[in-house]
Design a protein around this ligand. Structure first.
Ligand code: CP
Ligand code: NVA
Length: 307
């Protein structure tokens, strides 16, 4: 593994290997303690957008395992503005052992990887959020043993989180059902990649408008914000379109009785996800957030070739 830009860049076997490693590193973390596998290693974290989970979980992943992390805020570096991405990549590679970047334009993280001689991780772009998908798959696997044959229903905007969740779900043999309003579909390129991955694994992808139909027989209901970072000027328009896609008690009651409700967070409570569901018995949102730590330890360990 050279970089980690998208789950779909890797084989299902590689993704499953990362999940298995995450499970064993998580066990070590809680039972024996972390080994200093990242001693002498530094992760640079470039952020063009805000973050809680990504920033803190990557930083802690490095520290727990004897390494260090460096936070570079949106006001620093000026990726592609103050300096070309190609130059940033080549300078950074002389200082640190691995780079994580959260960007607007997906091509910026691709360009960073193209020029970087050290591994680059996509910490969210406008197109995808692969580290989130790894934590999501880990959470689903912990609950159900495996993703194979499950129905994963995503309700809401066909955004970056939906793209990575669809790809990882079908790669690992889960059926993926998405209900979104007209005009808020996933990018065509992501749908095409999903179709190819599903054809290989035998999973199905279903595109719907009706959230009620989507969650019927779902073991996982997933939602995300209606307005992603960078789309703030569309907030009013989106707040008018998305309310029928709210994940609330009624919608959850229409799914499988053992359904888990997931959200990458930050949640806009009582917009896309009601308080009673977020804090109710089906909610997996906090274990899911905590699994970012363990999933990313596995990604870092493989990229740094230390496990
Ligand atoms: N889920 C997620 O990536 O959260 P942050 O934006 O807080 O990093
Ligand atoms: N879709 C959201 C995810 C945040 C973690 C966004 O891009 O803002």
């Amino acid at each position: 593994m050279k970089h980690f830009l998208d789950v779909s860049d890797h084989s299902p076997a590689e993704i499953q290997d990362l999940l298995d490693l995450a499970i064993s590193l998580k066990k070590e973390h809680f039972e024996k303690g972390n080994r200093p596998l990242f001693a002498g290693k530094v992760l640079a974290m470039i952020f063009q957008k805000p973050s809680l989970r990504t920033r803190v979980s990557f930083d802690m992943a490095m520290r727990h395992m004897g390494g260090d992390a460096l936070y570079l805020s949106p006001n620093e570096i000026g990726l592609g503005k103050r300096e070309s991405i190609a130059d940033v990549a080549r300078v950074m590679a002389g200082y640190v052992q691995v780079v994580m970047a959260r960007v607007f334009d997906h091509q910026h993280v691709v360009e960073l990887a193209k020029w970087s001689s050290v591994p680059v991780i996509n910490g969210l772009s406008d197109y995808s959020h692969p580290c989130q998908a790894m934590a999501d798959a880990l959470t689903i696997q912990e609950k159900f043993g495996s993703l194979k044959g499950l129905n994963v229903a995503y309700v809401g905007d066909g955004n970056n989180v939906a793209v990575s969740l669809m790809h990882i779900s079908v790669m690992l043999g889960a059926n993926f059902i998405i209900a979104n309003p007209e005009g808020y579909e996933m990018p065509a390129a992501a749908q095409k990649i999903g179709a190819d991955l599903a054809a290989k694994s035998g999973a199905n992808i279903t595109y719907l408008r009706d959230p009620h139909e989507a969650v019927r027989s779902a073991q996982v209901i997933y939602t995300d914000t209606w307005t992603s970072m960078g789309q703030e000027e569309e907030t009013a328009k989106r707040e008018a379109v998305f309310p029928p896609y709210q994940v609330n008690q009624k919608l959850v009651s229409e799914a499988d009785k053992d359904v888990i409700v997931m959200h990458c967070l930050p949640a806009h409570r009582n917009h896309e996800l009601t308080d009673d569901v977020a804090d109710g018995p089906h909610s997996a949102i906090f274990p899911q957030a905590h699994n970012r730590l363990h999933a990313q330890k596995a990604i870092l360990a493989r990229l740094l070739d230390v496990a």
